[in-house]
Design a protein. Sequence first.
Lengths: 239, 239
Amino acid sequence: MTQGTPAEQGTPDRATAGKRTAAPTLWDRTRQLAVQEILRTALRLFDEQGYEATTIAQIAREAGVSQRTLFRYFGTKEDLLGGNQEEFVTLMTETVRAHAGEGDAWSALRAAFESALSLHESPEDALQRFRLVHRTDSLRAGYLGKRVRCQEELLPLVEARLGSSRADRARARAVVATSFACFDAASATWVENDGRGDILDLYDQCLAAVRGEEAGNGVSPSAAPLPSPSPPRPSTRRR
Amino acid sequence: MTQGTPAEQGTPDRATAGKRTAAPTLWDRTRQLAVQEILRTALRLFDEQGYEATTIAQIAREAGVSQRTLFRYFGTKEDLLGGNQEEFVTLMTETVRAHAGEGDAWSALRAAFESALSLHESPEDALQRFRLVHRTDSLRAGYLGKRVRCQEELLPLVEARLGSSRADRARARAVVATSFACFDAASATWVENDGRGDILDLYDQCLAAVRGEEAGNGVSPSAAPLPSPSPPRPSTRRR
DNA sequence: GCCTACCTGGCAGTGACTGCCAAGCATGCA
DNA sequence: TGCATGCTTGGCAGTCACTGCCAGGTAGGC
């Protein structure tokens, strides 16, 4: 986070990917186990004693690896919680790109959030992580930083829908930033309510509060109004 | 930033405030000078070599103080750029509170941004700082973290205007977060345009793009539409 | 069974940040 | 004017995240 991302190669899921196409070697499997163990240990300790109070040394010790190795897998302490950020970004951009033809920018972004949420193992898992992020200043800052980078990835895609003049650039930024803002408002409320309800429902409510579409009067700068009210809840899977 | 804010007492402008009501003692004046020198040195070095590449040791050396003293004045490296965050927060909350009766929540928030912007010495100064923040990952993250805390301060004020049910809580969050999102979009665009134009103009454009009021059809969840198009530009003063 | 390539752990170092302690100096009182 | 008081300062050592380097070990290919 601090400077660039030098230790990015050691990312967890790189295991079977890359040059070594198939055949998960013993090394790969061993590393996979170590990674799992580290992640579980970290999440447990963060939850028990708080993020700040947990040192890398402790996590490494309890996970049975050296600090050096831990830092090879995860470039920063933050990465121990956030998982692979790239995964979220690529999934979201792909989703927006997939919605290129249909609906307006808002619905594409909503779909992107929906697929991002589906990356979490379960709502409980998501809640635990969200809560930790919301309650820890440094984590929240780190998350927001990554979020901005994600916004920047999405910007050109949204921009392509709205136009390409100077003014449209600002408008595209505003649309992207606002959808993220509403997602934040939704997740903050969701955490506050201890995970009751559905984040996407809350997201829709937040966006409606902002864009004034609750009365059903769509005043969209692009086209169609919002999609269906809200699907049941995020599915499962993660990492 | 990392953990709490222990060295908060040493904040620059605390000089004449607090227990020692009037009579700026010699100590106060000396400290004031030191603070100015540190801030100027830091900003210069950050600008010349980048934020990350500039060490606290270097700033302290060139400003003629010890690292220890520097850290007593400014709790973190970030504070060397952002100035006194409290100042911004209190000014914004006061502004929103002052607009309690008139207009809707949106216009109150807009006024809050306007007064916050007036804290900058000059547009040039603001541009230099904004640019640094926008271009440095860690600074941006830090800024966003503080921003969220500011949003949380404003939340109850906005909430009081919209209602107090569960759903309204989420709506208030969305309104606050969206106005900040638009401010971000505006300032990002402003920086990108090398400071051409007025941030508040851009802010209005961003908000219009989101809320679809460019056509003049106000679909506000509360009441009145936005205020006058945009005042000339931020005035001067800072710190 | 050996050689190579990769992985691991340890070590030392950097940079931000903090607590502690002693020395210095302005301030208030005599 | 002189002295005690108390705030301030700087130095030092220590913590924690994080990195480069190097040696030792083990899986994998031959």
